[in-house]
Design a protein around this ligand. Structure first.
Ligand code: 5AD
Ligand code: SF4
Length: 447
């Protein structure tokens, strides 16, 4: 089994690892108790995320010892960004780990597992840029079907921005874009397998600069335009974007491409110009507000989401207030917010004006209360509207089906299982704390 932590890139990579190993004869298990092989696809972004991996590994080590006592084995693999950042350290810190494999080496997994089968303990964290989009065999149609109607496609990897708090440029390397033709053929294959929503992913997805068949550079809006021409593909999304790369052509695409969903995840991190500068974000609060204004001009119903960090070194009460003011000004549909976590090797970790943990906690609580109120306001505003819902799975209660609105809200309705895998019009009738309740509109219910 492959257990994924952190960002969507890891979810996508985990799928590819599972598909690849499926071809080697491995079958996925629902729990680690039945597994001969457990891959932890790890995240290194904050200290808590990395520490969680070691506590998980501790539990797996106990399970492995119990299996060994019965004459069975369980191979433990650490993949992802902890693997990349810590390499052999992981093998030293947890003796039960058999293999450590960085994101650039996943295509070598079958071979590495064969070596591990004979008892070798290996760390493969080569950092060869040429390998970034190495081709793994395409997933089979049943594999695609089993994963549902919505899929991720990686179009870009890595980051050249070097925000002063962030490990990504070190764990995922320099920005690189996948060629257009490869993306289009992967999308087509997914659509042929029943997928109708594709989310293009990249650490800096809107910095996408892939080459087309004529060797010309394509931008993200060019790519979206191209993918929108696949008839059975009905929804397109992209994440995660950086404000500096939010070109007007991409903003305009939200007005011009109906399949492009009215939802943008655009992390701002802070509303204070001083802190944004210290974070090396390369833009101020006004530039962010201007992007929001232009997005709303292009697509008035657009929903915005963001990431925030509180307690960055040197953040004063006034700086934090500026973040609160920006949030009030924008009105976010959803968001993620974190306490600053010093990461070894990043410039901000060495600063001597670190913020007290209790101050961080207070600021985070205040920010999250505001963001939560905005989320509820946004959801409440959907009540009474007719929206398209892409149904993905059975709901929690008998007779219910559940899916996503264009704005990434979870929606459930009373409806037939046959509607799963399709988009239908829904009248939203109530907003709960985590999802919306709706009613299938009649003409769609019959279809
Ligand atoms: N501390 C806290 N949050 C961080 N993020 C990235 N690095 C750190 C850190 N050192 C957050 C940012 C980013 C999101 C993926 O994680 O908000 O957008
Ligand atoms: Fe990290 Fe900044 Fe790159 Fe995002 S843009 S991955 S926060 S360095």
């Amino acid at each position: 089994m492959v257990k994924s932590y952190g960002c969507q890139m890891n979810v996508y990579d985990a799928t590819r690892m599972a598909d690849l190993l499926g071809r080697e004869g491995y079958a996925e298990t629902a729990s680690e108790d039945d597994a001969d092989l457990v891959i932890l696809n790890t995240c290194h972004i904050r200290e808590k995320a990395a520490e969680k991996i070691y506590s998980e590994l501790g539990k797996l080590a106990i399970a492995k010892r119990a299996l060994n006592a019965q004459g069975r084995d369980m191979k433990i693999v650490v993949a992802g960004c902890v693997a990349q950042a810590e390499g052999e350290e992981v093998l030293k810190r947890q003796r039960a780990v058999d293999l450590v494999v960085g994101p650039q080496s996943y295509h070598r997994l079958p071979e590495l597992l064969r070596q591990a089968a004979s008892g070798a303990r290996i760390a493969d964290t080569d950092f060869a840029v040429e390998d970034k989009f190495r081709s793994l065999p395409a997933p089979s149609r049943p594999q695609i079907r089993a994963r549902g109607v919505s899929a991720f496609v990686t179009v870009q990897e890595g980051c050249d921005k070097f925000c002063s708090f962030c490990v990504v440029p070190y764990t995922r390397g320099a920005e690189a874009s996948r060629p257009v033709a490869e993306i289009v053929s992967e999308a087509q294959r997914l659509v042929d397998g029943g997928v109708c929503e594709i989310t293009l992913i990249g650490q800096n997805v809107n910095a996408y600069r892939g080459l087309d068949e004529h060797g010309r550079e394509s931008s993200l809006p060019d790519l979206l335009d191209r993918l929108a021409r696949i008839p059975a593909l009905t929804r397109l999304r992209y994440t995660t974007s950086h404000p500096v790369d939010m070109a007007q052509a991409l903003i305009d695409a939200h007005g011009a491409i109906p399949k492009l969903m009215p939802y943008v995840h655009l992390p701002v991190q802070s509303g204070s110009d001083r802190i944004l500068k210290a974070m090396n974000r390369k833009h101020g609060a006004d530039a962010y507000l201007s992007i929001v204004e232009r997005l709303r001009l292009a697509r008035p119903d657009i929903a915005l989401s963001s990431d925030f960090i509180v307690g960055f070194p040197g953040e004063s009460d006034a700086d934090f207030e500026a973040t609160m003011a920006l949030v009030r000004n924008v009105g976010f549909a959803s968001s993620f917010s974190f306490k600053y976590s010093p990461r070894p090797g990043t410039p901000a970790a060495d600063r001597d004006d670190q913020i007290d943990e209790t101050v961080k906690s207070e600021r985070l609580a205040a920010l999250q209360a505001l963001l939560e109120a905005q989320r509820q306001t946004f959801n409440a505003a959907t009540v009474g509207r007719d929206v398209g819902v892409l149904f993905e799975k059975p709901g929690r209660h008998e007779g219910q089906i559940a899916g996503k609105s264009p704005y990434m809200q979870a929606v459930h309705v009373e409806g037939p299982m046959e509607a799963i895998g399709r988009e239908a019009r829904v009248k939203v009738i109530a907003a709960g704390s985590n999802s919306l309740a709706g009613r299938l509109l009649r003409e769609e219910a019959k279809a």
